[in-house]
Design a protein around this ligand. Structure first.
Ligand code: COA
Length: 467
């Protein structure tokens, strides 16, 4: 087998379990996903009305359908729905939960924490006051909020000594102006993660590599309902931040002796799968190409790459700095189309995007929708090391790793493909009215779910369980 197989075959497993077993492992015990029942296909009526070739959306962007929240849904109802499912799946009682951290950039209030609305809804099921011993806080940091929450909550879970668990909820409505370049990357949904000691699914290895820089790639000024996006710049910020966080992670993992690449190896060889933030599926391809190109260079396998796409351009061969940059960018595009890269991408990354293709962007939860995609497609096995690369505009990235645990297969599946298949197509005109907040009546009357019932004269939101 050639050395190249490091990133295409079974990942290396140097040292992992001991790192985790020194202390009690902390990580993800279960995961639940809530996606609205309405969807808009991006091909057909949408593509025609926007004058876009459908192939651009399905291939260039990687999207087939966008989840659309109904009139009674928002980030709070979706969060309550995914938490309720998680509690039912894992047989959790309110008194078992010590903290609920919510990652969102679709807050429904400028001051009140979204989690308090969620607790209010859950208490309609579990009884008034049942969550009073549980604290909640909102993490806002664009699409990385949930991962920041997860890191913070892991430290609490590790120190907790009364047997309580922590919950991290991601919930967002990804919304851009109608007819903008962001519109076809929209989506909505919520993911809840159960964090505890000795988790059944994934034990985190406690190594977080971070990168932060002040950027204007994507932001939403106070009062605005849609984000201001400098789209192409946001792609570049994502790549820069991911590389920075990856380097920080690799250095820490080496210092701790957890991942120590030998001659001819690099850090990506040690992962069975890499999960990146998924604003749209193609972005994950760009991110993987940048990371693999960076780490493979200088290794023996790079000679095989050069045989396929030629040698990298050198500054001395170019007439100007701009020409050199253009030649490098062209070379990276060739690398991204190379067989070597595409093999690694298919084996380690592509399967994380299966649900995102059918849901669109769910902002801070999208990386965990990627985890659900891997689990539901049975792409992970005990002992696999997963790499998570989260990104949030503004901008920051966080890279961390986790080990799939021996009991992971005992956690029941979630039937997500069937649920996505049974959604209702929303006509373009209704989608546009929902988007603009002009549709007061729900398209599908809420049933067996939480719903926004009223916003009163003070702006307080009233939610209820609809039988
Ligand atoms: N058939 C197939 N592919 C096509 C095509 C066609 N007819 N027309 C264009 N494409 C391809 C392009 O070649 C490009 O792929 P490439 O990079 O491999 O060349 C891809 O579709 C994207 O098209 P492009 O025109 O470059 O981008 P866009 O104007 O649609 O904008 C975003 C894309 C992501 C910048 C935009 O949707 C956006 O602003 N989104 C919100 C912000 C965001 O998600 N940022 C990501 C980082 S957080």
């Amino acid at each position: 087998m050639s050395r190249f197989s490091g990133d295409t075959a079974t990942a290396k497993t140097s040292q992992p379990p001991e790192t985790v077993s020194r202390r009690e492992a902390v990580g993800i015990d279960d995961i639940s996903v809530y996606i609205p029942k309405l969807y808009l296909p991006v091909t057909g009526e949408f593509a025609t009305s926007r004058g876009i070739d459908p192939a651009k959306l399905t291939r260039g962007i990687g999207i087939e359908r966008m989840a659309v929240p109904d009139a009674h849904e928002d980030a709070a109802t979706m969060a309550a729905m995914s938490l309720l499912e998680l509690m039912r799946r894992s047989d959790l009682k309110p008194e078992d939960i010590g903290k609920i951290y919510v990652g969102t950039e679709s807050a429904v209030d400028e001051a009140k924490a979204l989690g308090t609305y969620v607790i209010g809804m859950l208490e309609q099921i579990y009884g008034a006051g049942s969550f009073q011993d549980c604290s909640t806080v909102e993490f806002k940091s664009a699409c990385i909020g949930t991962t920041q929450a997860l890191e913070a909550l892991c430290y609490w879970v590790a120190a907790e000594d009364e047997g309580k668990v922590g919950i991290v909820i991601a919930s967002d409505v990804a919304k851009y102006p109608l007819r903008s370049a962001g519109e076809y990357t929209q989506g909505a949904g919520s993911v809840s993660l159960l964090l505890k000691k000795n988790p059944r699914l994934i034990a985190l290895e406690g190594i977080f590599g971070s990168f932060t820089r002040d950027e204007n790639d994507f932001f939403r000024p106070m009062g605005a309902t849609t984000a201001v996006v400098n789209g192409k710049h946001s792609n570049q910020c994502y790549l820069d931040a991911m590389q920075g966080a990856f380097d920080a992670f690799a250095a820490k993992a080496k210092r701790k002796g957890t991942i120590v690449p030998q001659d001819g190896e690099c850090v990506t060889d040690f992962f069975s799968h890499l999960l990146f933030h998924i604003p749209y599926p193609r972005m994950v391809e760009y991110a993987s190409a940048a990371i693999f190109e960076h780490y493979w260079q200088g290794l023996a396998r790079w000679k095989e790459v050069e045989t396929e796409i030629g040698a990298e351009p050198k500054a001395g061969d170019c007439e100007s700095a701009d020409q050199f940059l253009a030649a490098k960018s062209d070379y990276s595009r060739r690398f991204a189309k190379s067989k070597h890269f595409l093999d690694a991408f298919k084996s380690k990354v592509l399967d994380t995007t299966a649900f995102s293709r059918l849901v669109g962007n769910i902002y801070t939860g999208s990386i965990y929708l990627g985890l659900a995609s891997l689990i539901e497609q049975e792409r992970i096995k005990s002992g696999d090391r997963l790499c998570f690369g989260a990104y949030g505009s503004g901008c920051s990235a966080l890279v961390f790793s986790g080990l799939v645990q021996p009991k992971f297969a005992s956690v029941p599946k979630r039937d997500i493909f069937r649920r996505l298949d049974s959604r209702t197509l929303v006509p373009l005109a209704d989608y546009e009215r929902l988007h603009e907040g002009l549709k007061e009546k729900s398209i599908i009357a809420p049933s067996q779910e939480f719903a926004l019932i009223e916003i009163d004269h003070q702006g307080y939101r009233h939610y209820g369980w609809m039988c």
